[in-house]
Design a protein around this ligand. Sequence first.
Ligand code: XIL
Length: 596
Amino acid sequence: MMELQRWLGPWLASLALVGCSEASPAGKSDSAGSDGATATSASGADGIAASDTAASGSGGSAVTTAGGSGTAAGATGGATASGSDGSTGATGQAASTAGMASTGATTNGDSTSTTSGGGGPSYATLREAAAAANRLIGAAVDAAALADAGAQYSETLAREFDYVTPENATKWGPLAPTSSSYDWQAADAIVDFAEGQQQAVKGHTFVWHEQTPSWVSTSMSASELNAALKSHIETTLARYRGRMRAWDVVNEAVDVDTASGYRESVFHQVLGPDYIADAFRWARAADPDVLLFYNEIGAERLGAKSDFMYAMIKELLDAGVPIDGIGLQSHVSTHRYPAEADLRANIRRFAELGLRVNISEVDARTKNVPGSQEARWLMERIAFQQVVGSCVVEPGCEAITFWGVTDNYSWINEEGEEDPLLFDRSYMRKPAYDGALDGFLGLLPVRGANLVSNSDFASGATGWAATAGELTVAAAEGGTGNAACVSGRSDAGDGLLQGDLLEALQSGGPLAFSAMLRVDAPSSVEAALLIVEGGEEREFNIASRAIAQDQWLELSGYLGLGFEQAPSAIGLKLYGPASGVELCATAVQLQPLTVD
Ligand code: XIL
């Protein structure tokens, strides 16, 4: 308990805690997770902010430029591509720590690119900006909002977006309320509207564990359920043949908390995992021209869930299953979300399978970071700029769809007014809109100076301590510069602590965290901020991943920091491996994320 306060005294007395081997209390925090640090998406278990652990480095250190080689947007359907090469000129910087593998993207943000306001190209609408970047810009459309919300809704939708996903109208339940009838009205209205505005349409979704008709149940036999699903896919594809660009065929089939790794949906329970391949095969046979997607929630970061999804998709492709693309939903929380390096490495590995990658359901929870609306909206702007920018600088990413148009109509608001979208309740452009525009220019959020002092241990252990065990600083084994290592750890919660971050972090705001870590046995590693507020210490987990043995690997994450009351101490702790495993670190960075 109270780890930070425990170490603060020695700190203020300016003790250099080298070689500290004093025993520490069991390294548990008193409130880990309760503050929403690992908040999940509204659908529950596995939003983007879930603390999946990650696979060891998926390689690829080059950072690509945005532009011409991207998967062509609008190849089928009515999307408009500008015909330009779409180049936006943003070139990231390669990982900076020589000799150390990383997840393969920028570790610093000293981008020299211009901003939309700084003399570079500027666009009047997202639609124009996306077309110039050779990407599609999408929105989920609620049929009732389209019918009832008035002209501002439809005008905004038409002006700003060239790709439309029915938010609910093309799900199986809404389409087929009984086993012998279809209600096409809401879906038709959306498709008709989109055609009138030269917008491409993605149908969503044939197979999902939610919004399945009530007559589809585990009391059906395998042959009955197979026949019903096949017929549904064939009937729906026949109705919209030539009018849809793409379909999400299967949605959210992965659940890494089950023994099998597959979600225990009615489909999995009755049919086993074969329903996934079958659904894609039936869809291809029914409509050879429409693009077929697999869509997933909470699989944006490198981690257990995206690793399972990657292995599953690869296996399906190897077996000849017709899958054209994948969607990473990206329901983010500004509190904690994958760093650019992580998201981009994930996009890249799916693209390298020859798949189109869509960022398919972007919105942002903003309320879980305390602070003013201005501060929350700035964090949202940076989050959206990062997600859009990451898609634009990765050639395999062809589309970004927001899960709604205006904060007036969002499923996220069912749990409180989260302000999750690009337009406010009066259809005014929010800062988030400018973030998306900058993202389409290929501009990623800019990282400021590192707030962690002695971050590479050039001054020995000054400013650092071990919460238990022994801290030594020496030349990084297999790397460059110095590293700090903690040996003799007695608990997974023990590790390396920098306790003196109050001054640097007390104003909060959006931050990028990264560190290079090395362990002497395969481990899960974590980073957390320890924050003392009103005499209570809370632990805010900001990044976690699995790492292999004896390799320098990057742990990274983006976070939004805010406080209920002024903090009296802030520290950073690196920990996670089982007791006895040696944990080494260097290049520890916490950098403010800013808008140029
Ligand atoms: C949501 C809709 O936005 C809500 O209106 C509905 O009540 C539930 O579904 N992942 C998906 C989407 O793939 O279909 C979900 O949409 C959000 C999570």
